[in-house]
Structure formats: C-alpha cells, structure tokens
Design a protein around this ligand. Structure first.
Ligand SMILES: *Cc1c(COP(=O)(O)O)cnc(C)c1O
Length: 403
C-alpha cells in the first residue's frame, strides 16, 4: 500500500483500528521533519515543541548525525556483545569524559537503563555495602517517572501506571520530592540507593527547591547510599547544562542517560558510574542483544559531539531564560505558573480554565505541537537548536491561545 496517498484522516483511522490504544495522540500525522519543524501528510508545517520528550535535543535529522548513521549503516550495524566492535570503546570513552565517570554500561531504552541502575545498586549493596541478602531497598520519589517496565511502574505513585499490572516486587520506599528530611528519615541499614530526577519532567516540570540535589548527594554520601540520578530527560543540554546536576556542583554515583543520546535517530541509553560500582557486574550478569551495537555507538558518539561542539547546553540556557521570561510576561487569566530550567518549560493551567489538552489542540491549529502532561501542564521543550526568531514565532501563537 502506498501510504503517501492516504490522508491524515485515513492514517489516523488505520492507526486506531490496528494499533493498541496505549497513547492519546494529538490528531496530526507527521511525515517529514527538519530541525525544529515537522510537516504533516497534507504538507502543513508545525513547530515541534515536544522534541519526543527531549529525545530530539539536536533537532530533527541533524545532518551530522544522519551522516554518521548512514556511513555506519553501510559498514557494520550489529555484532552482539559476544564480539567486540570498533565503535563501542571510543563511544564509552567519550561518555566517560563528558560525565567525569569511569565506566559505562550501554542499553537501548531509558527504562532498560533504569533497570540496569537498579541492578547495579542492589548488587553493590550486597557485595560492597554488606546489606543482608534480598533486603536491599531503593528510595524513590512521589510523582517519579522512570519508565514503564513492571518493576518501574511498581514504584510509581501514578495510579494509572500501576492499575492492572501487579503484582509488584518489594524493595522500594517512596518519599515526597524535594524533601530532604524525608530522605534522611527514609534511609535505613538496607538502603542502597536514592533514585531521583533532578527535575521531574513527566510529573509536570516540577523543579525542586534550590540545592536539593546537592544536599541529597551529601546525605547519600554520609549514609553510604548511592545517588542514582535519572537524567534521561534533563541530561545532554536540555536544562542549560550538559547535565542538570552541574547546577549543584555534584557528581552522581550512578548517572542514567538515554533519549537525546540517540540523536533522535535510534534508541541509545546507558548508565555511568565509577569502576568500583560498575565492577559489581561480571560477565553473564546482565546484557542486551542490541545494547552497545556499532550503529548505536556511531550515532551516539555523533549525537554527543553535536551537543558539545554546537554548545547546545549554552544555547538552551540562553534561549530558555528568554522563553521563560517572555512566557511569564503573558497576561493570561488561564496561567497559574510558568516554571522550568533551560528549555524544559511547563505552563500550569488553572483548574478553573479546564485541562491543558484543549490549549494544546488550539496550539496545534496554529502550528505548534505541544503536549499536555499531567492534566494541567503544557510542556514546551523544543529542540535546543531553536533560534530567537523561532521562539518569537511560537510566543506570538502561545500568547494568542492563552489570552
Ligand atoms: C522517558 C524517561 C524514561 C524512560 O525512557 P524510555 O526510553 O521511554 O524507556 C525514564 N526516565 C525519565 C526521567 C524519562 O523522562
């Protein structure tokens, strides 16, 4: 079937007939993209203000990343880790260098990387900290989002993420976010790690109080607990630093990365840690058929180089300050709060104005693709390559919809 001849309506109908309904997408069918822009089947142009949940920090089809992918695709794509490949070592070295870590374990999706971090922390707990067998406990935060595997949704506070998917395993303790006293209270002799996002993205761009991550790092260190930082969404330039933890001048014990690591082309994720921590993994302990494959490594290397060499972190900081400032200046009866860091921005809509969804639908009509998160929040997280003219273009439309 030649899909080019089908209209958006027909394609949506096909998707709804034959695809599982585990998403509620805006009614737009994208068929082409470049930079911050995407086009639907009928040729209408939209600005992408979601960036696939920050997996497109470098913009759609960044020429350098597409080129690296194409070159690698014509040479070697998959070896499995049963053999070495020539792309793996250099990519690991690059990742360690940009994060000041010593060792990396590569996976594919974010959820797999989080699972890997959980396994690392538990085994570290038993082998190094000396926690009693099968008693390891990991502290997590209310409103967390770390992915969709059964283990991970098992420690979600979101009813829908868990509903119908139990039974869930033990080993997680939930505390409020941005609450250091709760963290101190929650730590016990079997605590091996504190798994936390530096900004809670899916929860609605929840920015913790200043110094939270820094203090959490100190508390973890004092108690011999690993700080497991999930920077899958906040990392790689999104919040105005290469990693959001840099705002607190700390280094996590386990750094979890994904999303933009694949440059918007390919799923690439992983965890980074010291040799001591990563050393708990021995051959056969953990693995992935596709994790660390040569295509992923070639794409990941170029994706990181683009962020570093184009200074996308600094661009996000500058563009983000401007964007947030201008959003805050909008006189709207619907806005409760504008918050965020760098280009991870949320507008919370007052409950008296209804949910965020209709605002996103109106934005779509005006050519801006943004997605609501958690009912009341419109997320603006464009590719970091967005320029001021494009932000002004968006602001004009956002202002129209909100006033
Ligand atoms: C998206 C996300 C994940 C899960 O990544 P997937 O690639 O969808 O599995 C985990 N943690 C955070 C903070 C995320 O934003």
């Amino acid at each position: 079937m030649d899909t080019q001849q089908l209209s958006s309506r027909d394609l949506i109908k096909l998707a709804e007939t034959h695809g599982a309904h585990n998403y509620h997408p805006l009614p737009v069918v994208i068929s082409k993209a470049s930079g911050v822009w995407v086009w639907d089947v009928e040729g209408k142009k939209y600005m992408d203000m979601l960036s696939s949940y920050s997996a497109l920090n470098q913009g759609h089809l960044h020429p350098r990343i597409v080129d690296a992918a194409r070159r690698q695709m014509e040479r070697l794509t998959l070896t499995s880790r049963a053999f070495h490949n020539d792309q793996f070592g250099p990519f690991c070295e690059l990742l360690c260098k940009i994060s000041s870590q010593e060792s990396v374990l590569l996976m594919n999706t974010g959820a797999e990387a989080v699972e890997t971090a959980i396994k690392a922390a538990r085994k570290w707990g038993y082998r190094i900290k000396g926690v009693e067998p099968d008693k390891a406990e990991i502290i997590v935060c209310e409103n967390n989002f770390h992915g969709r595997t059964t283990t991970i949704v098992g420690f979600s506070s979101e009813h829908q993420y868990r509903d119908g998917f139990g039974p869930f395993g033990p080993g997680f303790k939930m505390i409020p976010y941005s609450d250091l006293e709760a963290l101190e209270r929650a730590i016990g002799p079997s605590t091996v790690g504190f798994l936390v996002e530096p900004i809670q993205g899916e929860a609605g761009i929840i920015v913790p109080h200043e110094g939270y991550i820094g203090e959490a790092a100190r508390i973890c260190k004092e108690n011999n607990v690993l700080l497991m930082l999930d920077e899958i969404q906040t990392g790689l330039g999104r919040t105005g630093k290469l990693f959001c933890y840099e705002y607190d001048s700390i280094k996590p014990d386990i750094l979890i990365v994904g999303k933009a690591l694949g440059g918007g082309l390919y799923p690439v994720s992983g965890i980074l840690a010291s040799k001591d921590i990563m050393g708990v993994f021995t051959p056969g302990d953990h693995g992935s058929t596709f994790g660390g494959n040569p295509l992923a490594c070639a794409i990941g290397s170029e994706a990181v180089k683009v962020i570093v060499e184009e200074r996308l972190d600094e661009r996000a900081a500058q563009a983000g300050s401007y964007f947030i400032e201008r959003l805050r200046a909008i006189q709207s009866p619907h806005i409760k709060e504008v918050r965020g860091k760098g280009l991870l921005i949320g507008i919370e809509v007052k409950e008296s104005s209804g949910t965020a969804r209709p605002f996103c639908e109106r934005l779509m009509e005006l050519g801006i693709l943004a997605k609501e998160t958690h009912q009341q929040v419109i997320r603006f997280a464009p590719p970091l390559v967005i320029d001021q003219e494009e932000i002004d273009w968006a602001l004009e439309r956002i202002t129209k919809v909100l006033t």
